[in-house]
Ligand binder design. Structure first.
Ligand SMILES: Nc1nc2c(ncn2[C@@H]2O[C@H](COP(=O)(O)OP(=O)(O)OP(=O)(O)O)[C@@H](O)[C@H]2O)c(=O)[nH]1
Length: 338
């Protein structure tokens, strides 16, 4: 076997600057390790001579690497490594720190237990500078690979979130589509029950839209849907209000923290906006321009027991919408009055 290379021969040029925690109770061994680590390029070295101090320093500084003696005066290094892994998994940063065991036993069983407990590699004492530098290099390489992996997985997660967003947007109008509507309504229903705040839902239908399409053509019909979406969005002033395209020419408004009176005011405003920006309708029985009919439902956990089924909520709004159509269109009816 070749003799260990002297300190000056250690190839540390490829080592990145790093911080390290050394948990070793023998002062002489510790000081020798610290000397070698300084030569190897360690920027910060924290020293501990027992488990408790080691864990406290680990938690406070989160070093890049740990050198950990298997046998410590106040316990086993195996327990320390387990606790370090617990600290890592409970932190939000999702970090992983390479942990190298220091074993003077050259005992296979101790090494096996150390790796099992969460260690990554081991060094047999006495440690030589070359072997130490080689292990540090290997651990740094692992760290770099892990960083690349977490970057890729973060990029994937971001792309996934964007995709989910795109999947929930209606291509023609830019409003939330039916899929997004279902998801958001479910969330808001749960929030309404939890926070004991009222929630209103409005289902909206463009009056005589089939006749509009028949008279003006499907492309003109598409433009009307776009303009209507723009106007619907303009009345949704609160950040959590959502305007959705529920179906072909049907829309929906999800209005969290909105009681019946608030929803009625908002829908009156909506009717006004459609009068202010009239889009001619050549064949409507109710007005010379595009008009809306709508059904409103409000649930208020403070007032009445709430049926928690989404379908039931939508059905009630639909019944109110039907009543609005029956009563002559161009109006909004609340389910309480349907
Ligand atoms: N241009 C266009 N038309 C659509 C789209 N989606 C659905 N429609 C049309 O919307 C019309 C809906 O017709 P109906 O359900 O009879 O409703 P309506 O004519 O508004 O009648 P009332 O609701 O009773 O006033 C149909 O002619 C559909 O083809 C779309 O994306 N673009």
């Amino acid at each position: 076997m070749n003799p260990p290379a002297p300190c000056s021969a250690m190839n540390t040029t490829s080592l990145q600057p790093f911080s390290i925690l050394v948990v070793e109770d023998h002062p002489a061994v510790r000081s020798m390790l610290v000397g070698m680590l300084r030569t190897a390029g360690a920027q910060h070295i924290w020293e501990a001579d027992n488990s408790q101090k080691g864990l406290a320093l680990f938690e406070a500084h989160r070093p890049d690497l740990v050198l950990l003696d298997v046998i410590l005066p106040d316990g086993s290094g195996l327990d320390v490594v387990k606790t370090m892994r617990e600290i890592e998994s409970s932190s939000q940063q999702q970090t992983w720190t390479p942990i190298l065991f220091l074993s003077s036993l050259n005992d296979e069983q101790a090494i096996w237990q150390g790796i099992e407990a969460g260690g990554d590699d081991y060094l047999t004492k006495p440690v030589t500078p070359t072997i130490l530098a080689a292990k540090l290099r290997a651990m740094q390489r692992l760290l770099v690979m892990r960083k690349q992996l977490t970057d890729v997985s973060q990029a994937l997660q971001d792309a996934n979130e964007k995709l989910i967003h795109l999947v929930e947007i209606d291509a023609l109008t830019g409003l939330v589509n039916r899929r997004g509507f279902d998801r958001i309504l479910e969330l808001e229903l749960r929030a309404c029950l939890r926070d004991k705040q009222p929630l209103s839902l409005v289902l909206i239908d463009i009056d005589f839209f089939k006749r509009y399409n028949d008279a003006c053509g499907h492309l003109e019909g598409d433009l009307v849907l776009k303009q209507a979406s723009h106007l619907l969005r303009s009345v949704c002033l609160r950040p959590r209000d959502v305007a959705a395209r529920y179906g072909g020419e049907e829309f929906a408004l999800i209005l969290p923290n909105t009681p019946k009176a608030g929803a009625m005011t908002l829908t009156r405003g909506l009717t006004r906006v459609f009068q202010q920006y009239p889009q001619p309708h050549p064949n409507s029985d109710v007005a010379p321009h595009i008009t809306l009919s709508g059904g409103i439902v409000t649930i208020d956990p403070n007032k009445t027991p709430v049926d928690e089924r989404l379908d039931y909520l939508i059905l009630q709004a639909d019944v109110a919408l039907y009543a609005a159509k029956k009563r002559g269109r161009n109006r909004f009816v609340h389910s309480d009055d349907a």
